[in-house]
Design a protein around this ligand. Structure first.
Ligand code: SAH
Length: 391
């Protein structure tokens, strides 16, 4: 028997517009007591959709389908196959690292799967997604029978849902701590043991390609570098030199490994373990100039109440970065804060330019690549912004 959930009168608009999130405050009665399959009904009794409950979350359930059909293994397999087919069409050549499943964007709420060669690294961010494992795991195994499948669980969202935080091997051999994969012919190492995200920032692939294409003969300052991927792409594109700045020494060590994995000359690479704000101020004080600067900080705003403070941080970083640009220099300014829209981020960059006294023109407004699709029904899941500015 499916657990029926009923909406309060007048609260069925969102589900009728195929929004997958069911907020507990919109429900009659008590929220579901366990993570299980549910069917959602309007106050009239009409069936609105089926999904999985997350008892400890303010999003009490996420809907996986909006019609009469069953939420069974065949249906989920179809969704997983559709996700894989999309990647077959859009992932560039010489690339075996990409996001295979992007949660709501692929009609699989709460499920993220990244492919690194023969290793699939996944995150089940909600209790409901965890409960749905018997549906999605066989589908992934059928598509990638040789793959190791690792579920990474050290996530804040899982903590909030009362879920386990230990990683789990779901199929195949335990993968090594660092898994090599290819991106447009470059080699990168995903750090599965202590790394961030699922081990690499696949969402910046198309923006790395942009930097690669405009780096020839240019000096490149890569702020918040993590494992140095922007700098590796820049040297692949013929940059004259690259400096990475990050607070994390292990990330910078991985950056050097990534350069070596691509046969690049470490004499052209500098790594600086420092706070990027302090580092930028020191560079401005020294009167440095750079041809290309990349700012890609961690999400300063995870929730709406953080937005004002986050905007001050983005403004500060990019104000200082703009001051470093040589005439004709380029700034790729990124924000992965979901609650900050592209329009708001543009205003922040405008304020940064004004304060810096450095004119800036927008050459491109970009986001994540097409392996990170955004459901038009659920625009809240869009997060990455990248503005290419020219001095
Ligand atoms: N640009 C990277 C991803 C950046 S993730 C890529 O393309 O792969 C954000 C990075 O910022 C992390 O590596 C984190 O260690 C670093 N970081 C966080 N706060 C910082 C600070 N104040 N100064 C410098 N680095 C910081």
């Amino acid at each position: 028997m499916l657990k029926p959930l009923s909406l309060r009168p007048g609260r069925d608009d969102a589900a009728r517009r195929r929004h997958p999130w069911v907020f507990s405050r919109a429900l009659t009665g008590s929220p579901p007591g366990s993570a299980e399959e549910i069917e959602l009904r309007a106050a009239s009794g009409a069936l609105l959709g089926r999904g999985f409950a997350s008892p400890r979350s303010s999003i009490a359930a996420r809907l996986w389908r909006f019609d009469e059909g069953p939420l069974d293994a065949a249906f989920v397999k179809g969704r997983v196959e559709a996700a894989a087919n999309l990647r077959d069409r859009f992932v560039p050549p010489l690339t075996d690292g990409y996001r295979l499943v992007h949660a709501e964007g692929d009609g699989l709420p709460g499920l993220v799967v990244d492919r690194y060669g023969d290793v699939l690294v996944l995150q089940a961010t909600t209790a409901g997604t965890e409960a749905a494992r018997p549906l999605w795991l066989p589908a992934l195994g059928a598509l990638f029978p040789q793959a190791s499948i690792l579920q990474r669980n050290d996530l804040a969202s899982r903590h909030g849902e009362g879920l386990g935080l230990e990683d789990e091997l779901l199929a195949g051999e335990p993968p090594p701590g660092r898994v090599p994969f290819r991106e447009r012919g470059m080699t990168f190492l995903a750090d599965l043991s202590g790394g961030q995200k699922t081990g690499f920032f696949l969402d910046q692939r198309e923006n790395r390609h942009l930097v690669r294409g405009l780096a020839a003969g240019r000096s490149v300052l890569n702020l918040f570098s993590y494992s140095g991927a922007f700098g590796v792409a820049a040297l692949a594109g013929g940059a004259s030199r690259v400096t990475h700045v990050d607070t994390s020494a292990p990330a910078l060590a991985l950056a050097r490994e990534n350069h070596v994995a691509n046969g690049q000359d470490l004499a052209l690479v500098e790594t600086v373990a420092a706070d990027a704000f302090d580092d930028l101020r020191a560079r401005v004080a020294r009167g440095e100039t750079w041809d290309v600067v990349v700012t890609d900080p961690p999400a300063f705003a995870k929730k709406t109440p953080d937005v004002d403070r986050a905007c001050r941080g983005y403004k500060d970083v990019n104000r200082l970065a703009l001051k470093l640009l040589a005439p004709g220099g380029l700034l790729l300014a990124c924000s992965c804060s979901g609650p900050i829209s592209a329009d708001l981020f543009q205003k922040v960059l405008f304020a940064a330019s004004l304060d810096a006294g450095v004119p800036a023109r927008i050459l491109e407004r970009r986001g994540a690549g097409p392996d990170h699709p955004v459901s038009i029904d659920c625009p809240e899941t869009e997060y990455l912004k990248a503005f290419l500015l020219a001095r």
